[in-house]
Design a protein around this ligand. Structure first.
Ligand code: GCU
Length: 318
């Protein structure tokens, strides 16, 4: 990984990297994502089913129903967990899914991930917070206070998934990984910044307000994202449409240091701006120890592919 910005970018006036770890976290909360309120507590985690030796014996499939007590009520989450047969306790990857737990059985390379020694815990992201400007779930379970957007709510959900994983035998949250694609990659990064239990954060095609730089033109910008998805961020973020926010996303990546981060892009995923993602990684690199930030760009477009999983896990294992 080169640490030199390309020539054209040396004078790009990127704001400075944090001098101290955590320095800009409050600023990212204020400007983009909002402040996540405290006060949630893991209640019961009830095993619903257990299938042993799935995917040709690669591991076990468990379904739990977990209750999270929030100040104004309970949130119920249905989790799907795969635990490898040959590596226990297995470090866990927590990843929210877009289309329901069962759909991941078709789409995610569970057998290979388990063969690599990792457990995977997933929840449907909309069980945490609906992706809808006119609805909320977890955010309605906290007293009205400072705003937090849906991306922050999903990031909060990733941390609750980690609480749940910590409760299940055969899984360890030592070395835990937050992984997310696209809008859920934005959430993974924000979770990785805030929750130090995540040893590694993986963002796949996370684009605008994820890994890509606001200051690199191309792909989605603040006007587009806040028009289509006003509920993802604090309401005041839309004021930066057409201008530059005081922070940029290399600082978000750097806020994960000294823990590790991996950014993955798709060559044809112009909306997520793979070059802006790459430049953010290069600009963030000085904040990390040797080998603690990684990147790949692969052929193809906007998707979380088997190749993305396996290359990210190869980085984790390095
Ligand atoms: C839209 C949105 C992106 C987001 C993506 C996704 O394209 O503009 O910001 O990352 O959806 O979540 O798939």
């Amino acid at each position: 990984m080169t640490t030199d910005l390309p020539e054209a970018w040396r004078d790009a006036e990127l704001p400075d990297l944090p001098a101290l770890s955590g320095e800009f976290v409050e600023e990212f909360a204020r400007v983009i994502y909002g402040r996540t309120p405290p006060g949630a507590r893991l209640g019961e985690v009830v095993l619903q089913s257990r299938d042993e030796g799935v995917f040709g014996g690669a591991g076990d499939r468990l379904r739990h129903r977990a209750t999270i007590s929030c100040p104004l009520g309970d949130l119920e989450l249905n989790t799907l967990l795969h635990i490898p047969a040959d590596a226990r306790p297995a470090p866990v990857v927590v990843a929210l899914n877009f289309a329901g737990n069962d759909e991941t059985l078709e789409d995610w390379p569970y057998a290979k991930v388990m063969a690599a020694g990792y457990a995977v815990l997933t929840v449907d992201y909309q069980q945490i917070e609906p992706d809808d400007p006119n609805a909320s779930r977890v955010r309605a379970l906290f007293p009205a206070g400072e705003p937090w957007g849906a991306v922050a709510a999903w990031a909060w959900g990733l941390s609750r998934c980690l609480d749940i994983a910590a409760d299940v035998p055969g899984v360890t949250i030592d070395g835990a990984i937050a992984l997310g694609h696209s809008r859920l990659g934005k959430a993974a990064l924000w979770a990785g910044v805030q929750d130090e239990r995540f040893a590694v954060t993986v963002s796949n095609d996370s684009g605008c307000c994820g890994a890509s730089l606001f200051r690199h033109p191309g792909g989605e910008d603040i006007a587009a994202i806040t028009t289509r998805f006003p509920h993802w961020f604090v309401p005041s973020f839309s004021a930066y449409a057409g201008s530059r926010p005081p922070i940029d996303q290399h600082q978000l990546l750097a806020s994960i240091a000294p823990r590790r981060v991996y950014v993955a892009s798709g060559e044809d995923d112009a909306w997520a701006d793979p070059i802006g993602e790459y430049l953010a990684v290069v600009a963030a690199t000085p904040a990390f120890g040797d080998g603690d930030i990684g990147y790949h760009v692969r052929p193809g477009g906007h998707a979380l592919l088997e190749e993305d999983w396996l290359r990210a896990l190869a980085f984790v294992q390095r």
